[in-house]
Design a protein around this ligand. Structure first.
Ligand code: NCD
Length: 302
């Protein structure tokens, strides 16, 4: 459809060029989105969250509040989605009631392509099954850009290691695409049973011995709700071999985690006060990055 050719979406990291990624993250830090009063005449943002969420949902809400957009939050519980209404029908009705863009989290991997093809307005992926979570990878990148004081050379030179349940992690898959786009070296570490097909694009190891070589170590949640028998069976061995405590990282190394954290599983519960942890910084950056992203898909400037 001709009209759709000019609509920007954020369904995958593939929707961005390298320079768009850097411009978005840089401007989130250097030119933070302006606070604007709500304009009730503007189309609202429909936030459709069909899986549990704290950080992602709240930071999109805070992003809307910051840049003066009304929002409506639709959860699966208590709505007609429980009665079997399709996401597509929900979106058509939200559009009819004055929503102009859609932030969607779904349990269906790849499930946002259909939403995008409806042509109702920009679609932003807030996590699709074990597919992608592009805004999480982008806010992580913003956090790292802040860490290296906006120096793109230093950013690209960072050695980043991701360990944990890679197979079920949409965050990790978006990171894989982002790292390839920017030429950042990623090292992946997990038990064999949790190795995803896309790991072939990076260094992968079934031990965590490479952790000491990384500048930044990203822990992932063990996603028990997505695991079948063989994958679940290695959890205990994973905890024994990979669980990371404060003593395991050197002074110059940094820790990240997209949240929610299983304390005592992927991380020992002693990280909360550690200055090497960027975990709350990630949550803080999420609001800025998502506000910029909404402006980008809506093509409004602050
Ligand atoms: C992640 C998600 O939902 O994909 N969390 C998040 O959005 N910050 C990771 C997870 O669920 O473990």
């Amino acid at each position: 459809v001709l009209e759709n050719r000019f609509v920007r979406h954020c369904v995958s990291i593939d929707d961005f060029t390298e320079s768009e990624v850097l411009e978005l993250c840089r401007s989130a830090l250097k030119k933070p989105p302006a606070f604007r009063p709500i304009d009730p005449a503007k189309p609202a943002v429909g936030l459709v969250f069909l899986e549990p969420s704290t950080r992602t949902a709240v930071s999109f809400i805070r992003a809307c509040q910051r840049i003066g957009l009304n929002h409506v939050l639709v959860l699966s519980k208590g709505t007609s989605i429980e009665k079997g209404e399709t996401v597509e029908d929900t979106l058509r009705n939200l559009k009819a009631m004055g929503m102009g863009s859609f932030v969607i989290r779904t349990q269906v991997t790849g499930g946002l392509q259909g939403c995008r093809d409806l042509g109702l307005g920009p679609v932003v992926n807030a996590g699709d099954g074990v597919g992608e979570h592009p805004t999480q990878a982008l806010l992580d990148l913003t956090t790292l850009l802040d860490l290296v004081h906006w120096d793109e050379g230093r950013l690209r030179a960072l050695k980043i290691g991701i360990y944990g349940d890679l197979r079920h992690s949409r965050v990790a898959q978006s990171w894989s695409k982002l790292a390839r786009k920017l030429g950042i070296r990623l090292t992946l570490m997990s038990p064999e049973e949790w190795r995803p097909a896309w790991a072939v694009d990076h260094d992968w190891s079934d031990s965590r011995s490479a952790i000491k070589d990384q500048d930044v170590v990203m822990a992932l949640r063990v996603q028990r709700e997505r695991m079948d028998g063989p994958a679940a069976a290695v959890t205990e061995a994973f905890v024994n071999n990979f669980r990371l405590g404060r003593r395991d990282l050197a002074e110059h190394q940094r820790l990240m985690h997209p949240g929610p954290i299983n304390w005592g599983v992927e991380l020992e519960p002693d990280w909360l006060e550690d200055p090497r942890s960027l975990i709350l910084k990630q949550a803080e950056m999420g609001v800025l990055l998502r506000a910029k992203l909404l402006e980008w898909v809506l093509e409004t400037k602050s």
